[in-house]
Design a protein around this ligand. Structure first.
Ligand SMILES: Nc1nc2c(ncn2[C@@H]2O[C@H](COP(=O)(O)OP(=O)(O)O)[C@@H](O)[C@H]2O)c(=O)[nH]1
Ligand SMILES: [Mg+2]
Length: 280
């Protein structure tokens, strides 16, 4: 993990979240649209229960359009608002602002009825590491760098970013910890790069990725990308990429680390196409 989530950190994170939740009307929960289940932490659902929630399926530029629709519908069926978003494309900003306005419509109405005409709606962004929280805050704030860090519990005073309409966004995201115990989720997060490569055996991750692609009936994408043939075993695919690319050490041993890097970097950059790794 790119965060040391030892129990003290977890406790601190939860306390900080609890404190911030009291201040806001809307929780904007960011997930990775390629792995919406694995990148969401249900531990926190209880904490957010009484708040209006907008799920941002971020990085939808990298995920399967058919699956995007399914996930969006799934979240809506749970009574949450949901929007597909690409934080790296400022042209989509209006879509997100509209989704926020839509999600907070009733709250605004309620405030008006109670006579608070100019009351701003307060929102905060939450999500596990690497889903794009900082990028999203920056895109909303229309600026290049948010003072964000991956260390939980290091906020120095709260700052609000004023957005379109009368929305104020807390400038520091709430960082949720990933699901550790679920092996399948951990693997999905390793594929997307949310779990730092240096604590993982990358060659193994790459092999598992090949197997996953085969299970999803998407092996062909890999074969076509590298101009290789399939073999009998999943490992043959890594071998064949190595031969094709000349990724050999001593001119004969396969450099699996190099193959793994290539394959995973290509997947993460969307070069294997738009792929979603799990279904609702
Ligand atoms: N393709 C794509 N990349 C994104 C998107 N949002 C964030 N990223 C990238 O994902 C990585 C992690 O983003 P970051 O904002 O640091 O995530 P955080 O840990 O949740 O704050 C960065 O390399 C971003 O450029 C998106 O919508 N599409
Ligand atoms: Mg960040």
């Amino acid at each position: 993990m790119n965060i040391n989530w030892y129990p003290g950190h977890m406790k601190k994170t939860k306390e900080l979240l609890q404190e911030n939740i009291k201040l806001v009307d809307l929780i904007i929960e960011v997930v990775d649209a390629r792995v919406p289940y694995s990148s969401k932490n249900p531990d926190f659902d209880k904490l957010f229960r009484d708040k209006k929630r907008l799920i941002v399926l971020n990085k939808y530029d990298l995920s399967d359009p058919n699956m995007n629709k399914k996930w969006e519908d799934y979240y809506k069926s749970k009574g949450w608002s949901a929007v597909l978003y690409n934080s790296t494309n400022n042209k989509e900003l209006r879509k997100l602002n509209n989704a926020i306005a839509e999600a907070t419509k009733e709250i605004v109405e309620r405030y008006k009825k109670r006579g608070f005409r100019n009351r701003t709606i307060k929102a905060m962004i939450v999500g596990i590491p690497n889903v794009g929280k900082s990028t999203l805050i920056n895109s909303l704030a229309k600026r290049k760098s948010a003072k964000t860090g991956n260390m939980p519990g290091v906020t120095k005073g709260k700052q609000w970013i004023h957005l379109a309409g009368s929305i104020d966004l807390l400038d520091t995201p709430g960082i949720l910890w990933p699901k550790f115990d679920d092996k399948e989720s951990a693997l999905n997060l390793a594929f997307t790069g949310a779990i730092k490569d240096d604590v993982l055996v990358l060659e193994e991750i790459a092999l598992k990725f090949v197997i996953r692609m085969q299970q999803m009936g998407k092996e062909k994408v890999i074969l076509e990308r590298y101009g290789i043939e399939a073999g009998e075993k999943p490992l043959d695919i890594l071998d064949n990429i190595a031969y094709k690319k000349g990724f050999l050490t001593n001119k004969r041993d396969i450099d699996y680390l190099r193959v793994a890097n290539l394959l995973l970097i290509d997947f993460r950059a969307g070069k294997l196409g738009k792929i979603t790794l799990e279904m609702p």
